[in-house]
Structure formats: structure tokens, C-alpha cells
Design a protein around this ligand. Structure first.
Ligand SMILES: Nc1ncnc2c1ncn2[C@@H]1O[C@H](COP(=O)(O)OP(=O)(O)OP(=O)(O)O)[C@@H](O)[C@H]1O
Length: 255
């Protein structure tokens, strides 16, 4: 059953068709890749799926309901969390606070209790902190919980952004170039973490990535975008050998 389904989606910026007649689905529990050369429309597609942009044409359904006209925060509440190509952390806050903030939507205490800090407030704050630390552990960040986010090395900031997205308890996680700026060893570790969280949390994951070893290594299905249109889709072995894909990536290895 598809959790996410986009049909005939286009996005025009003035005369430029950044995304054109985009059809894709992601089944529950799948790990799907979205690849394509620079400027192909990958981030625009993510921005359409998360309500940052409204499509010029087409429909987007998530969990059997339309996402059209919904604001990004409403889409997060519906169960889609994402990371960004250019990391967007609360850079002046601690590592721990970055993850705790993601629980906002789930916190149950009312205004009285939060203002006067009584009863349930303390219990829930303690629970939130314990859960946030669990997420930090998954991403090997628990020993850095009190550091200011902006002082973390780049690879750790990327992992923190994923931990924060996960803390929003999404059904679908969208990762925009999670391995960007990571060295091969960090990329390998990240692959293991992505596989693990998918299993552990029963997540569905859609990721954009330029690192072909990561895409080919973990994705079950891949969509290839070029000039805003999907030129191929299928399992990694088929994508690797697809002449259209090789042409689009002319000069670079699809391995
Ligand atoms: N807000 C915008 N206004 C005008 N044009 C835009 C806007 N956002 C993206 N574009 C254009 O749409 C096209 C697709 O851009 P997009 O960032 O989605 O590509 P991408 O595949 O994510 O690229 P990259 O791999 O370099 O991140 C590009 O030509 C880009 O210049």
C-alpha cells in the first residue's frame, strides 16, 4: 500500500518548469532514493511534498489524504519529517535541546502546568529528556548532548538533524543529501544508522543523495530526475545499467 503518492505534479517558477509531471509512490516501509544531476528538481520535489511550495498542477496524497493546501507544520503533524540540504539546526541551542524541541507537538501538559512548572510538567520533561537522549545515542551524539549545535563537526550536525527529525515521530522521513560533506567512513556508518532506524521504528524513508554508494547500497527502489522529469525508476541494478541514466550522468560513475 502506498503511503505517499504524487501524480502529475508540476512546479513552475516563472517560465522554468523545476518539476514536470512528476509521478511517484512510496510504499509503507520502503526505503526509496531520488537521484539526478544538479538542478534536476530534487529539492523542489521535497519542498512540494512538505508544503514549502504548492504544486502548479497535480495531486499529492499521504496516508490516503491530500496534502494540498496544507502548511509545512500541518504536514509535520500528519507524519512527514525532513532534513535539509543546507543543515537547519537551532545552531545556538544545545544538541539535547535541538532534539527535545521536536517533541513539542507531543507534549501533553497545559499552560498552567508549564508556567507554574508543577506535577505532570516535570514528569513529562523528564520523559522527553530520556527519549531525546535515546535518539542521540542512536546517532552517537549522547556524549555531546551539552555542546552547542553549531560547534559540532559537520558530519555530527548532519546526524543531529536526522535525530531531530526522528524525534518528531514521523511515518515518513525525507532526507535531503544526508551524506553530504561526510567522509567514506562516516557515510558507511550513516548507512548502517539509516537501515537501523528504518527497522527499529518501522519507518518509510525517501532520500535524495549524490553519493551513489549510499543510494545503491541501501535503497530498494530509485527514481531518477532530469530537468524536472522522471527519466527512470526501478531497483538499483536496473538503474545502474539504464542507458538514459548513464547519459544523464555522463562523465560520472553510476555505481
Ligand atoms: N524558489 C525558486 N525560484 C526559482 N527557481 C528555483 C527555485 N527553486 C529552485 N529553482 C530552480 O529549479 C530547478 C531545480 O532546482 P532544485 O534545487 O530543485 O534542484 P536539485 O535537483 O535539488 O539540485 P541540487 O542537486 O543542485 O541540489 C533549478 O533550475 C533551480 O534553479
Amino acid at each position: 500500500m502506498s503511503l505517499l503518492k504524487a501524480e502529475g505534479v508540476s512546479k513552475l517558477f516563472g517560465g522554468l518548469k523545476a518539476v514536470s509531471n512528476f509521478d511517484m509512490y512510496v510504499n509503507k516501509g520502503e526505503l526509496v532514493g531520488l537521484i539526478g544531476p544538479n538542478g534536476a528538481g530534487k529539492t523542489t520535489a521535497f519542498n512540494l511534498l512538505t508544503g514549502v511550495y504548492q504544486p502548479t498542477t497535480g495531486t499529492i496524497d499521504f496516508d490516503d489524504k491530500s496534502l494540498l493546501a496544507m502548511k509545512p507544520y500541518q504536514i509535520t503533524q500528519r507524519g512527514i519529517a525532513r532534513t535539509f540540504q543546507n543543515i537547519r539546526l537551532f545552531s545556538e541551542l544545545s544538541v539535547l535541546d535541538n532534539v527535545k524541541i521536536a517533541y513539542h507537538f507531543h507534549v501533553q501538559y497545559g499552560l498552567f502546568e508549564s508556567v507554574f512548572r508543577v506535577g505532570r510538567y516535570f514528569k513529562e520533561e523528564a520523559e522527553i529528556e530520556a527519549k531525546a537522549i535515546e535518539f542521540l545515542k542512536i546517532f552517537k551524539l549522547d556524549d555531546k548532548k551539552d555542546e552547542i549545535a553549531k560547534n559540532l563537526p559537520y558530519g555530527a550536525q548532519r546526524r543531529l538533524e536526522i535525530a531531530r527529525a526522528l524525534a518528531a515521530q514521523p511515518k515518513l522521513l525525507l532526507l535531503d543529501e544526508p551524506a553530504a560533506g561526510m567522509n567514506p567512513q562516516e557515510t558507511q556508518e550513516l548507512m548502517t544508522m539509516i537501515r537501523w532506524i528504518r527497522e527499529e521504528f518501522g519507518l518509510t524513508i525517501l532520500l535524495i543523495e549524490h553519493d551513489m554508494s549510499l543510494v545503491m547500497g541501501i535503497c530498494e527502489r530509485i527514481y531518477v530526475l532530469e530537468y524536472g522529469s522522471i527519466i527512470a525508476s526501478g531497483v538499483p541494478a536496473d538503474i545502474k545499467n539504464n542507458p538514459e541514466v548513464i547519459r544523464a550522468y555522463l562523465g560520472s560513475e553510476v555505481e
